[in-house]
Ligand binder design. Sequence first.
Ligand code: ADE
Length: 245
Amino acid sequence: MKIAIMGAMIEEIEPILSKLDHHPENSELDYILSNLKNIKLHYIADNRFFEAKYKGIDVIVAYSKIGKVFASLTASVLIEHFGAEKLLFSGVAGAIREDLKIGDLVAATKLCQHDLDITAFGHPYGYVPEGKIYIQSDPELLALAKDVARRKGIELKEAVIATGDQFIADPERKEWIKNSFGADAIEMEGAAVAVVCDAFDVPFFILRAISDAADMDAGFDFDTFLKSSSKRSADFVMSMLDRMV
Ligand code: ADE
C-alpha cells in the first residue's frame, strides 16, 4: 500500500515530514537538501516529493504550492508517477459556516469549484460539460476519520468545501459562495485534488483546520494561525495513517 499525503504549503506538511521513518536509499546530498535524514527527495515537474516509510508502509509526501493548477499537477504526479493508492490532504481553510471556529477540524464530504463559471452558456456555476459540480469524498476514508476522531475524543466536523483560485477576505463573496454551493468552508486546492483522484479512481480524503473566517480579518488571521491549524490537521492525518498501517 502506498499512501500519498499532500498539502499546499510547506507549513502544512512540515509536521508530517518530521514524523517519518529512516529511508535506507537516502544519499548524503539528499540529507543535506532535505535536512531530514529519513526522507528521499525527488524533483519532478518543478516540485519536491518526499518518499519515506511510516511504520512499514510507503508514503509519499508533497506540497503543491497554492492553487488549483499546482494542486492538480501534484496530485497527478503522486498518482501516475508514484503509484499512490490513496491520497490524504492536510491543510487549512477559511470558515463559512457560523459554528466553525479557528482550529476546528473539518472533513470534506464533497467538494466543488466556486470559481468555475460558464454560466454564459446556460450551465450552473461550478459545472463544465462532462464534469460534476460536486465530487464526493471516499466514504471509507471518511468513516475511518470519524472513528479516529471518536476514539481520540477529537471533534471532527463534516463540511462541504468550496475551492477556488482566490483567497477570500470579503463577506460578500463569502456569502455568495455559501448561497451558491451550500459551502461550509473555503480553500484553494481541495476540489482540484478531488477531480484528479476521482478521474484516476483513487480514494481521497481532504482534511482542513480552520485558520480564518474568510472575512475582513482573514489575511491577518491566516498568517497568525497557519502554523497551529496546519499542525492540528497534520496530527489528525497522522492518526489516520496509524490506523492504515
Ligand atoms: N485557506 C485558508 N483560508 C482561506 C480563505 N479565506 N480563502 C481561501 N483559501 C483559504
